[in-house]
Design a protein around this ligand. Structure first.
Ligand code: GYE
Length: 330
């Protein structure tokens, strides 16, 4: 084990010496987390991808906040692949960044690479999505939403709307990418809430990968296979927006023939809600950048930070969307 670690240390040192000039990262620190010549904190960030309006707003927030906080940001887009995120994190470890932050595309399978970061003395901050690692010492904090709550709020709204229903209410569900925390948790919260009324039944549930194309394609299949669909619960706005096309093409009126509930509340989703095509949105804020940069500074300074920091969120009806839309920033 020790031999292995020594070999790795030599390999890391050699690659740092080799790429040092090219990468111009200005590292002169002794050991992970040390300070730089210019005094700037370097953050290595691995983003899920660019799959949705939410993600685009999140990326903008992170880049702008890093610049405003004077943090040197190294940014990598993993294109929705866990292997790319692991590769990016390993690169950041090699480069001896001060802090690593990432939004894990799926919940499982992070222990090994997180342990490598820990062994290198580089603190890790989870942002947006969490991991299911049992060892909580592998990361400093998790900043993000309560996805179970978002699903529950969506479900509770539906229970209230359908409280007078005397027959079955058929629900179809568009899930986020398989294994992602927001997909698992929104499904859970929604399912628990609608259990309050046995008339509410999920008759089909499939991943649409959080994308418009995925939402459209899966909704087309749902519509073909199920003559009576009363409600669509989409785990994000983008899938709901994609589904709108499939619903209209099938000759149905979205927001009327089919009640549509989504999560996120990005501008396009809010517009659909204000236009009466969606019926309800549980908000999920992508503006995590400022808090993330604050946390990075604290963690770098060795300060204690809370293990969990929850984003504040609300919900929107059609009327509320009309009011909120003019001031919506993303
Ligand atoms: O809801 C979805 C995005 O992880 C909260 O990922 C995020 C989710 C968001 O693709 O639009």
């Amino acid at each position: 084990m020790r031999k292995l670690r020594t070999q790795r240390a030599i390999a890391v040192l050699a690659s740092v010496l080799l790429v040092g000039g090219v990468a111009a990262c200005g590292n002169s620190d002794t050991g992970g987390g040390g300070s730089k010549d210019d005094g700037k904190i370097t953050m290595g960030f691995s983003q899920v991808g660019a799959e949705s309006g939410w993600r685009t707003a999140n990326t903008t927030s992170i880049k702008e906040s890093a610049a405003a906080a004077g943090i040197d940001l190294k940014f990598d887009d993993a294109q929705q692949k866990q292997e790319n995120q692991i590769k990016a994190i390993r690169n950041y470890i090699q480069q001896k960044v001060d802090v690593i932050a990432f939004s894990p595309v799926v919940e499982s399978g992070w222990d090994t690479v997180l342990k490598e970061a820990k062994d290198a003395g580089i603190p890790v901050i989870l942002t947006d999505r969490s991991v299911d690692s049992a060892d909580k010492s592998l990361y400093k904090t998790f900043l993000g939403s309560d996805f179970v709550k978002e699903g529950r709020l969506a479900g509770e709204w539906l229970v209230e709307q359908k409280k007078g229903a005397t027959g079955p209410v058929n629900i179809v569900e568009l899930q986020g990418n398989t294994g992602a925390a927001p997909a698992n948790d929104r499904k859970k919260g929604f399912g628990e809430a609608i259990a309050a009324n046995p008339n509410l039944k999920i008759i089909a549930s499939q991943p649409g990968d959080f994308t418009r194309a995925g939402g459209k394609q899966v909704m087309e299949q749902f519509l073909k296979a199920n003559p009576k669909i009363d409600v669509l619960f989409a785990h994000n706005d983008d899938m709901g927006l994609g589904a709108l096309e499939a619903i209209t093409a099938a000759g149905k009126v979205p927001g009327k023939d089919i009640t549509i509930i989504t999560v996120d509340a990005v501008k396009d989703g809010m517009q659909a809600l204000a236009d009466g095509k969606f019926n309800f949105i549980a908000e999920c804020s992508p503006l995590l950048g400022p808090q993330l940069m604050d946390l990075a500074k604290k963690v770098h300074a060795g300060e204690e930070v809370p293990a969990r920091i929850e984003t504040e969120e609300t919900t929107f009806t059609q009327e509320q969307a009309k009011e909120a839309l003019p001031n919506r920033k993303y």
